[in-house]
Design a protein around this ligand. Structure first.
Ligand code: ATR
Length: 269
């Protein structure tokens, strides 16, 4: 029997996840169906209840429901707890298992696809919303020092607070970035969605630096800025999307797809 999965978000129409999981299923010979479902903003829990009643095996969760998914899960992985957010649910008997594959997805894209070594590098993380929170612990665990900058400074401070004492994660204002440079700058703000650029000073990128925008599907003002400022590698978040999907797929199906041909096919489109 075909097992059913879905991605739940709002909006969701332009999600590439169904296409990615279809390619994974074809490659690994798994008999699954995967669709995109838009849940009403006030109707996430009801949507999950319906999917469970209809025999779905699990789902991905995207903006703006990752925090609600975390709360709904009856068991959570360490990665989910670190992020306080869930992007992968597994329906197993009476349980709803919650995991978060965004962080490992970002790391896999940076280290495997982009061949950029993270260990002992200096990183600047822009933003302090859900996207930034989801990748902060995995970045920290990769052995890099991190400055978090956010328009609303208090949110950056809140995100950095659990790391106090470790000495490697600090919150700073955008103004305080003047005169500093980094090996890696990750844009985890949603500024690109509205074609805006966070107020970044010149000279942010060290020689060999990677500029990474977690959005995908367009050249954002941040990516254009990074090119103009001489960043050695400029990447969007498409590789992260494929890598986080692969880990979700492996959690559900116990088989790991090869992401390389899938990412290549998506880039060609
Ligand atoms: P997500 O789950 O995608 O992270 P979010 O929780 O709404 O969405 O967070 C959006 C992030 O992008 C926030 O860090 C926001 O900054 P504020 O906390 O100050 O609101 C940031 N952001 C959005 N538009 C921005 C812009 N034009 N310039 C700088 N930061 C921006």
């Amino acid at each position: 029997m075909t097992d059913k999965y879905a991605v739940i978000g709002n909006p969701i129409a332009h999600s590439k996840s169904p296409l990615i999981h279809r390619m994974f299923a074809q490659q690994t010979g798994q008999d699954i169906r995967y669709e995109a479902i838009e849940a009403p903003l006030e109707g996430f829990a009801e949507t999950i209840a319906r999917l469970r009643a209809e025999g779905y095996k699990g789902c991905n969760v995207t903006v703006p429901f990752k925090f609600e998914a975390y709360q709904l899960a009856t068991q959570r992985s360490g990665r989910a707890n670190d992020a306080s957010a869930v992007n992968t649910l597994i329906f197993e008997g009476g349980e709803i298992l919650g995991d978060n594959t965004d962080g490992v997805g970002l790391l896999a894209d940076i280290e495997k696809n982009l061949q950029f070594k993270l260990f002992l590098k200096d990183a600047l993380l822009l933003g302090a919303g859900g996207a930034a929170a989801g990748v902060l612990w995995p970045l920290f665990n990769a052995g890099i020092s991190i400055v978090i900058a956010n328009r609303t400074e208090a949110k950056a401070e809140q995100l950095a607070a659990p790391f106090e004492g470790a000495g490697t994660v600090h919150a700073r204002s955008y103004e305080a970035l003047t005169g500093r440079s980094f090996d890696l700058v990750i844009n985890a703000t949603s500024s690109g969605l509205s074609d805006q650029l966070p107020p970044l000073p010149d000279g942010l990128f060290k020689p060999g630096a990677l500029a990474y925008d977690m959005l995908y599907g367009k050249e954002t003002p941040f990516m254009a800025f990074a090119r103009q400022q001489g960043a050695a590698i400029v990447a969007d978040g498409l590789g992260m999307l494929v890598e986080q999907a692969a880990t979700s797929f492996a959690l559900w199906r116990k088989v790991r797809p090869d992401t390389t041909p899938v990412l290549a096919a998506l880039r060609k489109q």
